[in-house]
Design a protein around this ligand. Structure first.
Ligand code: NOJ
Length: 736
């Protein structure tokens, strides 16, 4: 007996085979629109496909990445329901990654807040805007842990650390779906999709879509953690990865999907393929035909074929040839119908769709304020020689650089948002200091130098009291299919930077980009560097807030910044290897080294400055923890500066000995502490046995008795530690 509701079971009894198969098929919304398929709809090559009328009116879901028009979406649903025999509404799905109309910073940036709030606010905002337009499901959050900034998709994910990945996963799911299942029916909620299951972030050489070769240990210890948190938080959907695990494409990988995702992680919701990825099983040459690929996907438990035209063509034959069972199809369809039921679509397929609501919600003051706060919290002050914060008492500010003017600062995964709605860097300065004379000069193109532009930029810099030098990447340089072998600033931007800083040392480099970059040369001469990422709709205002000190920068790096591309992959939670060289120096022979460069990153994970200085003292760690118990560790944090400030206190642990190699350090806790000048506070963390567990040689998940090092500090480079022992029980002498 299945676990579906009476309504779903009744439908399953009434549905014809074609109607059932239709539910498993997803096409682009354009098939239903008067104007047909738009190029923005597409993320795969399906324009040459046609859909027969009888298929069209039985389909289960559409992907709509082009329209934010509630009337258009209502018309599609109305027309569809007029034709669908049993009145089963369509599900509308879309890639809402960091904004629907109000654009928030890119996901990697929001993770840099080391605080779930920006993600939570983002997800609530996006859910309200998108549901009002008639969308029910977002293909977010992307939870792919990655250590390779050549991979363009790092901008969509939570960075290199599983603890931050878990934090993000919970916040996205709660923000989109609400705190419990019943909230999904509300007119301001979306169903969330955890993606891409699993291991996509480990594509070889950072080349998008390339093969992956990770061990089961890496999968379990690092990759799955955020997914587990998302499943536990109740995410309704999971999307499979384009990549392989143990040589088998994820989409047709029974071990990954059935045993691990559904079995061990306990995922009960809808599993959707990535775009055309059932077809791609054949592309990997592990299925000789499309039909065989479909069989593998069905066996792996994949419910929806996103734009692949496989299930619609193959399921009937698979059933006839007894290569799949009707029970399997009913399970797939039952899960899809259950999602529709949970979203309340059977009661009201139009719930919340209204032009009045979208008019009131899109880019409203409240949403903009939340996007601004998220941008403030996401930016990371990488270095500062004291130039920042800068006084607002300035006459002339020069905004120079290819990212300073009317350019897309939203990033590459924001197709519903209009970059024209975003506050640009120069506009942010104008808003902050209405009386100031703001000079705007491009200085160069992103990749091409221009003598005249360079000359004008230098002249503007000479006249200014302050220069904001907006460098970085073009929006389309990161995101899907945007891998690179070069993470440096382009030569013409570097030439511009050298000339501008020489002309005016009161220059702040603002980086607007989607991945950790090689800032080695820039950091050698730039007085201050603020990593702004792609900051979204309120980007310019948030930058001005930080530069002029209305708000203190509190962001911390969720991904290490290497010295150069040759160091990649660079990540703080690297394993303890026997040849480890703590100095990182090239001068230490027969230890881990590069002959020309440190092994450590240029800017470490967790790094980020504020406008004051904090000190740490008095680390206190009890000698032992008894299994099943917990201990409290603490230290005193003091504000040594003359401004109030917020420190992001970070707790790291190291397991001294284990059955398998373990990380040098693992982030286990974060606390934000706001202190007045001269104030100090005792900051405590609770350590439980759960936090000491890892996957053993047989993949059992438990903690071993033994020594653990505790570090509390400003970032992942913290050196001072104290040790406690995890003990199985009190020694007899202590038991009395
Ligand atoms: C392909 C991407 O990998 C995935 O993240 C996205 O959700 C789908 N296309 C749909 O656009």
């Amino acid at each position: 007996m299945n676990s579906f509701s009476p309504r779903v079971n009744t439908l399953l009894k009434e549905m014809t085979l074609n109607e059932k198969i239709g539910q498993t098929f997803q096409i682009v919304a354009g098939f239903y629109h008067e104007e047909g398929i738009k190029i923005e709809d597409l993320t795969g090559p399906i324009t040459d496909e046609t859909v027969a009328e009888d298929v069209l009116w039985n389909i289960g879901s559409i992907i709509d990445n082009a329209s934010c028009d509630p009337e258009r979406n209502r018309r599609v649903q109305e027309t569809f329901l007029e034709h669908n025999r049993l009145g089963i509404p369509l599900l509308f799905m879309a890639d809402i990654i960091h904004g629907y109309k109000t654009c928030f910073p890119i996901p990697l940036a929001m993770t840099c807040a080391f605080d779930p709030e920006p993600v939570l606010e983002y997800a609530r905002t996006a859910a309200a805007e998108a549901r009002a337009a008639g969308i029910h499901v977002t293909f977010s959050p992307m939870l792919d842990l990655s250590r390779d900034c050549r991979w363009g998709r790092v901008m969509e994910g939570p960075g290199e650390d599983p603890f931050l990945g878990e934090m993000a996963a919970r916040a996205y799911v709660e923000g989109y779906q609400g705190a419990n299942e019943d909230e999904l029916k509300r007119q301001d909620r979306l169903a969330a999709t955890l993606k891409h299951f699993a291991g996509y972030g480990f594509v070889m050489g950072g080349r998008d879509y390339d093969e992956t070769d990770i061990t089961e240990h890496t999968l379990r210890e690092y990759v799955l953690r955020a997914f587990k948190a998302g499943v536990d938080a109740g995410a309704e959907l999971v999307m499979s990865s384009f990549t392989t695990f143990e040589g088998v494409p994820a989409n047709g990988n029974k071990k990954l999907m059935q045993d691990i995702l559904r079995g061990e992680l306990g995922f009960k919701g809808v599993l959707i393929s990535d775009c055309g990825s059932i077809n791609r099983i054949q592309g990997y040459h592990v299925a000789a035909s499309g039909k065989e690929a479909s069989r593998m996907a069905v066996d792996a438990g994949c419910d929806i074929d996103m734009m692949g035209f496989r299930y619609i063509n193959d399921i009937k034959t698979l059933l006839a040839e007894k290569k799949m069972t009707m029970e399997q199809l009913d399970e797939m369809v039952g899960r899809i119908l259950t999602l529709k039921e949970k979203l309340g679509l059977f009661e009201d397929p139009f719930k919340g769709i209204s032009k009045e609501r979208t008019d009131a919600l899109y880019l409203c003051e409240d949403h903009r304020a939340k996007a601004r706060r998220a941008a403030q919290k996401s930016m990371v002050l990488l270095q500062n020689n004291g130039l920042l914060p800068f006084s607002k008492d300035v006459k002339t500010v020069a905004v120079i650089g290819p990212n300073g003017g009317d350019i897309n600062i939203n990033g590459n995964w924001s197709s519903h948002c209009d970059c024209k709605d975003s506050v640009k860097v120069y506009e942010g300065v104008q808003n902050a200091i209405p009386g100031a004379n703001v000079l705007l000069e491009r200085g160069c193109e992103f990749t091409a130098r221009d003598e005249a532009l360079l000359h004008r930029a230098v002249e503007a810099a000479k006249q200014a009291d302050l220069v904001l030098l907006a460098l970085g990447e073009k929006d389309c340089w990161s995101g899907e299919a945007c891998s690179t072998t070069n993470i440096a600033l382009t030569p013409c931007q570097m030439e511009l930077a050298r000339a501008v800083v020489k002309a005016n040392p009161k220059t702040v480099a603002l980086l607007i980009n989607g991945r950790p970059m090689d800032l080695t040369e820039l950091s050698g001469f730039a007085p201050a560097i603020l990593e702004c990422w792609f900051p979204g709709t309120e980007g310019g205002n948030a930058i001005a807030d930080l530069v002029f000190g209305d708000v203190e920068p509190t962001g911390r790096l969720a991904m290490s910044f290497p010295y150069c591309v040759g160091q990649v992959p660079t990540y703080y939670n690297r394993s303890q290897v026997s040849h480890y060289n703590p100095s990182g120096s090239p001068n230490v022979w027969f230890q881990l080294r590069y002959s020309n460069c440190s092994i450590h990153p240029r800017f470490a994970f967790g790094h980020g400055l504020g406008y004051t200085k904090f000190s740490y003292k008095g680390l206190t760690v009890p000698a032992a923890m008894i299994r099943g118990g917990e201990i409290t560790v603490s230290c005193t944090v003091a504000n040594e500066g003359d401004r109030p400030g917020t420190e992001t206190v970070q707790l790291y642990l190291r397991d001294e000995f284990a059955q398998v190699i373990r990380p040098l350090k693992e982030l286990k806790g974060v606390q934000k502490v706001t202190l007045q000048p001269g104030e100090e506070r005792l900051v405590s963390f609770t350590i439980t046995e759960e936090m000491l567990k890892y996957h053993h040689r047989d993949f059992s998940f438990c903690a071993d008795a033994g020594a653990f090092q505790v570090f509390i500090g400003h970032d992942s480079t913290v050196e001072e530690y104290k040790v406690f022992e995890l003990k199985d029980e009190y020694p007899a002498a202590e038991r009395q």
